[in-house]
Design a protein around this ligand. Structure first.
Ligand code: COS
Length: 380
């Protein structure tokens, strides 16, 4: 068992750290305030290969494993979780789903531009009445022979307006329940496809989240992913990997807040000494450090399980469940260590605290992760 990352992995980590400091840090407060999408930064991340980290180089990706992807996600998330969720959705939901289950023609047409960042992808499962209860899809894809007619509404879609390629989950055969669900590739600009208003969010405000409306959108049959009725399994399998990306995001948010709080505690003075010398603050730092280390081991373990071809349903859910709680706890404590300054935007930790909350909600709430883990550990 080796708990250390090697020199080459450290280089990837360092490259992501440098990028985050140089490119993401400036303007991160303004983007949060103005809900501004990091357009320039996303373009640069595409050029560096961050948007197609795990995609085979033959489709223009970096061909790296999940562990290296997670190292990159952690570093980006320390600084800017809005940017890192854009990266996570593109990599682990859209590119991975297309590469693993798409046809050769779909990979050429859609995966290639997504892997290079020339296009951005979105994953569209949630609906006004189907978030956790994902089998209750109201969006319909009626089979018309050589095409489907898509109708319905999707909610809270990350990259909702910035994306050009959308993987949309919809019901084709309601009588078959989840076995009648399909996953379709939808392009922005297809007639009848409208982008709804942008959500005004608590956190990750730099990422654009929208509802999507489909009114009789004609989707060619060749845009279906997998066999007829594979859509729900597609969504579940894809989300299982997506959860590792979000777990890494949560880990990064926690680690970013901890690093800032530690530095602040060693400078800020109260009662004649640096506040890090007071046991009340020291113990907070110890708890944060210990929790983050435990979260990191779970996140790396989930990535390793995926890379080694093991079952990673429980390990990805455990990593997300635990890391997202650590993100919440750590950022709240970081704000407390900063005191009055923690409540002020220019010190960053209040933003990290707001950003942390979504990691307990999207790609399956913490309660859903517990359902998933319980099914795995009680499986005979
Ligand atoms: N990988 C592969 N297959 C999976 C799977 C996974 N992780 N999870 C479920 N499945 C399969 C099941 O094996 C079952 O297929 P079989 O009947 O062939 O065995 C099928 O999918 C239906 O599963 P199940 O009966 O468990 O469905 P439930 O309605 O009970 O729901 C949960 C399962 C709750 C786990 C699922 O709905 C879920 O993950 N919900 C949360 C969705 C989510 O993350 N939403 C956030 C939106 S994305 S930001």
């Amino acid at each position: 068992m080796d708990f250390q990352i090697n020199e080459e992995q450290k280089m990837i980590q360092q490259a992501a750290r440098d990028f985050a400091q140089i490119e993401l840090f400036p303007g991160v407060i303004e983007r949060d305030e103005q809900q501004a999408f990091p357009e320039e930064q996303v373009k640069k991340m595409g050029e560096l290969g961050f948007l197609g980290m795990m995609v085979d180089p033959k489709y223009g990706g970096r061909g790296l494993d999940t562990l290296r992807y997670v190292l990159m996600m952690e570093e980006l998330s320390k600084v800017d979780a809005s940017s890192s969720v854009i990266v996570s959705v593109n990599n682990s939901l859209v590119c991975w789903g297309l590469e693993t289950f798409g046809t050769e023609a779909q990979k050429e047409k859609y995966l290639r531009p997504l892997a290079s960042g020339a296009k951005i992808g979105a994953f569209c499962l949630s609906e006004p009445e189907a978030g956790s209860d994902a089998t209750s899809q109201k969006t319909t894809a009626i089979d018309k022979g050589d095409h489907y007619i898509l109708n319905g509404t999707k909610n809270w879609i990350t990259n909702g307006n910035s994306a050009s390629v959308y993987l949309v989950i919809a019901q084709t055969h309601p009588e078959k329940g989840y076995k009648g669900i399909n996953a379709l590739i939808v392009e922005k600009g297809m007639p009848g496809f409208e982008i709804g208003p942008k959500e005004n969010k608590l956190g990750i405000r730099g990422s654009d989240t929208h509802s999507l409306i489909f009114n009789d959108v004609k989707i060619p049959k060749e845009n279906r992913i997998g066999e007829d009725g594979f859509g729900f399994k597609f969504a579940m399998k894809t989300l299982t990997g997506g959860r590792i990306g979000i777990a890494a995001q949560a880990l990064g948010i926690a680690a970013g807040a901890y690093e800032m709080a530690k530095e602040y505690a060693q400078q800020r003075k109260a009662f004649g000494t640096e506040i890090a010398n007071h046991q009340a603050i020291r113990f907070k730092l110890v708890d944060m450090h210990t929790q983050i280390e435990a979260a990191r081991l779970l996140v790396y373990k989930a990535a390793k399980d995926k890379d080694e071809g093991k079952n990673y349903v429980a390990s990805s859910a455990m990593a997300k469940l635990f890391a997202s709680q650590v993100a919440m706890d750590t950022t709240i404590e970081a704000v407390q260590i900063f005191g009055g300054n923690g409540f002020v935007k220019e010190y960053h930790v209040e933003r990290l605290m707001r950003d942390a909350k979504i990691t307990q909600i999207y790609e399956g709430t913490s309660e859903i992760q517990k359902m998933v883990i319980s099914r795995e550990i009680l499986r005979k």
